[in-house]
Design a protein around this ligand. Structure first.
Ligand code: PHE
Length: 341
């Protein structure tokens, strides 16, 4: 019986056959089960002789069944792995990949550079009211600066006042931040702004980034260091030279327009050096009237602010020459400057 059973277990062709053999030998009606039952009717001497033989047989058969089962399972797995190979050399269907627009990319870069300097990102609405966009920034109603901003106005209110407009700059976020937060304040505010203006260097919608620092004892020196540090990091050059030109903005005093030096390489202007100057931003010390309009004491708090065109910074960094192309959504243009697959 033993050699018969072991031979047929070894020869079992599949898991079903192994299971059938197990029932045949060890099941309720199985051959070995039957032998085990005979032990009860034996004399002690007989049982002492037969017991170990029958139990030994059962163990040997149980082990053989388990072993055959494992090896059959392994064979099945090997067969499956052999059948399921992937052909890594098959060509893949190409899926067009999107990419981040250069303007968004520059805004992300700027947020990262200023985060390293301890600036948080603040935001405000694109539909602004007159007070935040102009009045609180020391641009009263009759001020000529209002006309200079080429503002898009919404229809007048029922009472005839012209309250809502598309913000013409990101400076209203200065106001919203000073009204809401206690100094010290260090924020940048990137976002869309709108002016009724359109040519190769002006689009009706464009992007600015505002900077604002309010603290005790802030000076023009802090402003210049901050601008220099940010422009060096942004243009990834150490030879950035700044020129601060006295200027006028109603909300800063003194005010300065900031030029960055360029050099000419193969007939093209490259930021760095000082062969010529390009205007990149407006800035100044926050006007005491603006600080007071936000409910802060200008004798206690001082600060600086600056504002710059994000699209213009992107053009300078990537050597692009038509601002309007930024908003055409032409994939060939994006590809040309390496912004799309
Ligand atoms: N808001 C100004 C503009 O749009 C730029 C500016 C911001 C100037 C902050 C000074 C301080 O031209």
């Amino acid at each position: 019986l033993r050699s018969d059973l072991l031979a047929s277990i070894d020869a079992a062709a599949g898991l079903d056959a192994v299971e059938a053999l197990r029932v045949h030998a060890l099941g309720k009606q199985g051959a070995i089960t039957g032998l085990l039952k005979t032990l009860g009717g034996m004399s002690p001497e007989e049982r002492q002789e037969q017991g170990p033989r029958i139990h030994g047989l059962r163990e040997a058969v149980t082990a053989a069944l388990a072993e055959r089962k494992t090896s059959l399972e392994r064979l099945a797995l090997d067969a499956r792995l052999a059948a399921e190979t992937l052909d890594m050399t098959l060509p893949v269907d190409s899926v067009p990949a999107g990419s981040v627009h250069p303007v968004s990319q520059v805004m992300d870069e700027l947020a990262e550079i200023f985060a390293d300097l301890g600036f948080a990102v603040a935001t405000g609405p694109e539909i602004e009211d007159d007070w935040h966009n102009f009045t609180a920034l020391n641009i009263p109603e009759s001020h000529p600066a209002r006309a200079m901003h080429d503002t898009f106005y919404f229809p007048p209110e029922a009472d005839g006042t012209q309250k809502h407009l598309l913000r013409t700059h990101t400076s209203p976020v200065q106001i919203r931040t000073m009204v809401k937060d206690k100094p010290p304040i260090r924020i940048i505010a990137p976002g869309r702004v709108y002016r009724s203006d359109s040519d190769a260097t002006h689009t009706p919608m464009f992007h600015q980034i505002e900077g604002l620092v309010i603290d005790k004892g802030i000076t023009l020196g802090h402003l210049k260091w901050t601008l220099e540090t940010f422009l060096k990091a942004f243009f990834e050059r150490d030879d950035i030279v700044l020129r601060l030109r006295p200027s006028y903005f109603p909300f800063t005093e003194p005010s300065a327009e900031v030029d960055v030096g360029y050099s000419v390489v193969n007939g093209k202007r490259v930021i760095g050096g000082s062969e010529g100057w390009m205007e990149v931003l407006g800035s100044g010390m926050v006007h005491p009237k603006v600080i007071a309009a936000c409910g802060l004491d200008p004798n206690e708090w001082q600060g600086f602010a600056f504002g710059t065109g994000v699209d213009r910074l992107a053009m300078l960094k990537y050597g692009m020459d038509d601002l309007r192309a930024f908003f055409d959504g032409d994939l060939r243009w994006l590809r040309h400057y390496g912004f799309s697959a």
